[in-house]
Design a protein around this ligand. Sequence first.
Ligand code: FE
Length: 159
Amino acid sequence: MKKILNPAYLMLLVISFGCAQKQNNTPVKVVKSEAEWKSELSEESYRILRKAETERAFTGKYDKHFEEGVYRCAGCNQELFMSENKYDSKCGWPAFDNAVKGSLKFDVDYKIGIPRTEVLCSNCGGHLGHVFNDGPKETTGLRHCINSAALEFEPSKNE
Ligand code: FE
């Protein structure tokens, strides 16, 4: 009984449940060969979008970027996040409390030993980052922690 009440164990259960809830196996629309992705993307964007790597914290071009506009997928140009959903989480990567409806897919990632919810572009399947439950409580409570190199920013035309 003691083992079951261990907070770390409970947290794991909650995360696993959350991941299972969000998993989406809908096939992506944009399908390209690795050679095509490699030739079209920058080295950094390829590493992240197609190889699920992570840019170094506090180095991405959109970490401290707070202009008005839309963040699109650097792989396929799909709209992913609006600037009004971006906030300064101080985690070292761009953080968003919400995404454009239907723009994301989710998967479970065990890379660091514990399950995390991986965030992917629903249109091309590119790896974007992860989503955590420590976002702003006054809105969604979610922190979509996204690599800058997976994004392309388009400024709002009204500026
Ligand atoms: Fe995409």
